[in-house]
Structure formats: structure tokens, C-alpha cells
Design a binder for this molecule. Structure first.
Ligand SMILES: Nc1nc2c(ncn2[C@@H]2O[C@H](COP(=O)(O)OP(=O)(O)OP(=O)(O)O)[C@@H](O)[C@H]2O)c(=O)[nH]1
Ligand SMILES: [Mg+2]
Length: 306
């Protein structure tokens, strides 16, 4: 059997469903997902191997106007994700409210298309969230608007939520695979260490539970992550993590009245961790304030976000 591979980067504005799409393709949750923009903070690899063809996906942070050093690192991760790949998937939303009637695109998307051209990258346009589309005719206008800016190899409307259209996308992406040995083992799904995945599962629960600016200023520092046997001889994974936030007032919100919010986050995370490892888990969480950490490269590095 002749092996084939392709590296494919997934790019787009925040919150359009890039991570949801990658997870759906992999059939496994590798990247965390939330309804808050800027959920993904670093490049995350997802590996999809079917018979002779291995597609290596790179899920990137949503491209946006930077407001701090962390944002700059995140945008840089998008650029890095576009280097040395065979193709890109530009994800946009079927329900975009365009600010102009002409053909103009939101600035972040215009910028990404400029980058595709500069790098002479081949790209497929994915119009996601078609499950939310009330009038199917609107799709044509969206397609015309985007294709007037770039010569996409294919345009695929789909729903990362229901999976509708995902097989069609895979058919298009398989065309980018070139004869080459596989870079990863057949059963690998991601390059992320387990420790990172656990910290991310906790951050996902924070994103889903908290509002406004609080979740964006959070990092999760995993301090202990060990598997041991209980006295009864049952395996258990012990997780201890510190949630870093930017303000004393945020700390109060994260902990909640009588510790209720932190307890809820801990038990939601425990559920996911148990499901992921298939054994029982103990999760202990603390909260610490580190003012303005998103502007301090040293701390950004400590939390693995560079
Ligand atoms: N209705 C609907 N919602 C979707 C679909 N795909 C993603 N979503 C939702 O859109 C939100 C954002 O999804 P993510 O996958 O985190 O988006 P992202 O592009 O990775 O976001 P960033 O990492 O912040 O750039 C979540 O609430 C998802 O559940 C879809 O096909 N239909
Ligand atoms: Mg994401």
C-alpha cells in the first residue's frame, strides 16, 4: 500500500467553529470548544488516518486584532500554522452579519486571505453552521462574496455540529495528499501531551461557566498529574491545578459563594477527565491572582502559551 500524507491548517476568525470541525473529523475531542471567542490559544495538531491516507490538521487560534502580548502570540501561531502545509481550510460562518452590502470581508478574514495569497497556499472554503441557516438562498450570496476574493479549490457548506457535509470536505482534502510516508502512528490523534489536555479540559469548563472578560484572563497551571492505585487497588488519576486570573475580583467570581462555582468547575472537569482516561479521577483546584499576566512573556511561557 502506497502511503500518502497532507498537512492542512484550519484558519478563520474566532468562534467560527474551527476546533469543532477538527474534533468532528477526528471523531474525538482533541481541542476544547466554547461559545466564547479566543478559546484556542495555541496550535493543536489532529491526526486522521484512513487506510493509506494520513491528514494532519493544525487547528489554530482565531485570528483577531491583538490587545495584549498573549493575543500577539496567538496570531503568530496562526502564521506558524500556515508555514510548510499543503493546504488551508478557511472556516467562515453561514450566519455572518456583514457590515457592508458590497463584497468587503471582515478585516480578519481579508487579512487571512492576503496571507494565503502571499504564501501561494491552496485553500478550501468551509461555510460552517449551516444548521443555523434559515434561508438556503443566503448561502449563494456568502459563496459569491468569498469567492470574489480568492480562487478556492472547493467550497463546502457544512455543519461541524451535526456532521452534515463533513464527508464531502474530507473527499476534497484527500486530494491534497501526496505520496509520502506517514508522519504519525496510525492510532495517534494529537500531538498534545496528556498533561496539556487535562489543563485544557479545566479551562474549557471555566470558559463555559464564566462570563464577560473573566474567562479570557485565565490560565490553568497543572501542578500534579499522577496515576496511582487506591487502597482498594483501583486505579485513580490525581489532578491538582491552579487557576490563574488577573484580578482579585475575578478570583471571587471563580470561587463563588461558599466555593460553589469552583466546585462545579471541578466536578465538570472530573467528569471529562474520567471519560478521557477511563478511570476515576480526583480534581483539586486553587485560584491565584497574577496581575496582567497576558502582557508578561515570562508568565505566558510558564503557562505554555508561546
Ligand atoms: N449551531 C452550530 N454551532 C456550532 C457549529 N460549529 C461550532 N459551533 C459552535 O460555535 C462555537 C465556537 O466553536 P469553536 O469550535 O470553539 O470555534 P473556534 O473557531 O475554534 O473558536 P476559537 O478557538 O475561539 O477561534 C461553539 O459554541 C460551538 O458549539 C455548527 O456547525 N453549528
Ligand atoms: Mg478553537
Amino acid at each position: 500500500m502506497k502511503e500518502k500524507s497532507a498537512f492542512i491548517t484550519i484558519i478563520g476568525r474566532p468562534n467560527v467553529g474551527k476546533s469543532s470541525l477538527m474534533n468532528k473529523i477526528l471523531g474525538q475531542k482533541v481541542a476544547i470548544v466554547s461559545n466564547k471567542p479566543q478559546t484556542t490559544r495555541t496550535k493543536i495538531m489532529g491526526i486522521h488516518t484512513v487506510k493509506e491516507t494520513q491528514l494532519v490538521f493544525i487547528d489554530t487560534p482565531g485570528f483577531h486584532k491583538p490587545r495584549n502580548e498573549l493575543d500577539k502570540n496567538m496570531n503568530k501561531a496562526v502564521g506558524d500554522g500556515m508555514a510548510d502545509v499543503d493546504a488551508a481550510v478557511l472556516v467562515v460562518e453561514a450566519v455572518t452579519r456583514f457590515k457592508t452590502d458590497g463584497n468587503a470581508l471582515p478585516p480578519a478574514e481579508a487579512e487571512l486571505i492576503k496571507e494565503l495569497k502571499r504564501r501561494k497556499l491552496k485553500a478550501v472554503l468551509v461555510i460552517n453552521k449551516i444548521d443555523l441557516l434559515e434561508k438556503k438562498e443566503e448561502l449563494l450570496n456568502i459563496i459569491l462574496r468569498y469567492t470574489s476574493h480568492f480562487d478556492f479549490e472547493a467550497v463546502v457548506p457544512l455543519s461541524a455540529r451535526t456532521g452534515d457535509g463533513v464527508e464531502i470536505l474530507l473527499g476534497e482534502l484527500n486530494k491534497f495528499a501526496k505520496p509520502s510516508p506517514h508522519y504519525f502512528a496510525e492510532d495517534d490523534v494529537t500531538d498534545q501531551p496528556e498533561k496539556v489536555m487535562v489543563a485544557e479540559m479545566i479551562r474549557e469548563k471555566l470558559l463555559r461557566t464564566l462570563d464577560k472578560e473573566v474567562p479570557h484572563g485565565i490560565a490553568v497551571d497543572l501542578e500534579r498529574f499522577v496515576e496511582r492505585d487506591t487502597a482498594a487497588g483501583e486505579p485513580i488519576v490525581e489532578v491538582e491545578a491552579t487557576i490563574i486570573c488577573e484580578k482579585e475580583s475575578h478570583k471571587g467570581i471563580i470561587i463563588g459563594k461558599g466555593g460553589a462555582v469552583l466546585k462545579k468547575i471541578g466536578s465538570m472537569a472530573r467528569y471529562d477527565i474520567e471519560e478521557f482516561f477511563g478511570i476515576k479521577a480526583n480534581v483539586k483546584l486553587w485560584v491565584k491572582v497574577k496581575e496582567d499576566w497576558r502582557n508578561r512573556q515570562g508568565l505566558i511561557h510558564t503557562f505554555g502559551l508561546d
